[in-house]
Write a protein that binds this ligand. Structure first.
Ligand SMILES: O=C(CO)COP(=O)(O)O
Length: 254
């Protein structure tokens, strides 16, 4: 954690969730009534955004999108603009997730354009970075991640408009996590990069860890310096698991 920085536990539902998932979200809301000392967010598929937004109201769980187009509107079949996400109840959007970089060939320059779009619509951009296993084996993890961070984040970021999520690609959905020392090093290098670019604002920009976060490893990960929360995939689909991860903050702050 970073002293004075309020952690964020965000769930990325990816391409999971039908209308029945509302019940899981309701169960999360029930348990989130008491302030746990962390911000909570769920990023459902776009088809569920308006429904979950109606349920969430002004409650303790914010909503986010998983991607957006850089334009406001126009002839872009299948795409959604940041304005549409905001209109549907999102306050944030995940951008540059490794699954989008891999499946859709998104470059850091394209991600940066989407971040500008998110800011234009008043959304917080949750920018994902992370090395592949091959890049780590070649000793290039720091270089790759700092390069993605530099290329994907435009000038002018603040702790209110930007969240960074470090997600080593090889840890996503695999049950494997980096050692605490590796996480400490990667987050501290990103913190240095953010401070070098954004000065004082860079000190308070949250850097989340993502990749096989579960209730069982959440407290250990969050105790590491400059780990300001988690971006959770699989374990965010079930209220028990997601709230179990959120509870790790209670333990730390209590
Ligand atoms: O990609 C992730 C969140 O964006 C992490 O996914 P898992 O938590 O399923 O490993």
């Amino acid at each position: 954690m970073t002293p004075g920085v309020r952690p964020l536990v965000a769930g990325n539902w990816k391409m999971n969730g039908l209308r029945g998932s509302e019940r899981e979200f309701e169960a999360m809301l029930e348990r989130a009534r008491a302030d746990r000392g962390a911000d909570l967010m769920i990023c459902p598929p776009a088809t569920l955004l308006m429904r979950l937004s109606a349920i969430a109201g002004n409650g303790p769980i914010a909503l986010g999108g998983q991607d957006c187009h850089a334009e406001v509107s126009g002839a872009h079949t299948g795409d959604l603009s940041a304005e549409m996400l905001a209109d549907a109840g999102a306050t944030a959007v995940i951008l540059g997730h490794s699954e989008r970089r891999q499946d859709h060939g998104e470059t850091s320059a394209q991600v940066a354009a989407k971040v500008e779009a998110a800011w234009r619509a008043g959304l917080t951009a949750i920018v994902c970075v992370g090395e592949t296993e091959a890049e780590r084996d070649e000793g290039r993890a720091v270089e790759v991640v700092l390069g993605q961070l530099q290329g994907s984040v435009p000038e002018g970021a603040t702790h209110e408009t930007l969240v960074v999520a470090y997600e080593p690609v090889w840890a996503i959905g695999t049950g494997r996590t980096p050692t605490a020392e590796d996480v400490r090093e990667m987050h501290s290098r990103q913190r240095e990069g953010l401070k070098a670019r954004f000065g004082k604002a860079g000190e308070a920009i949250r850097i989340l860890y993502g990749g096989s976060v579960k209730p069982a490893n959440a407290a250990e990960l969050m105790a590491i310096a400059n780990v300001d929360g988690a971006l959770v995939g699989g374990a965010s689909l079930k209220a028990d698991d997601f709230m179990g991860i959120a509870a790790a903050y209670e333990t730390l702050s209590g």
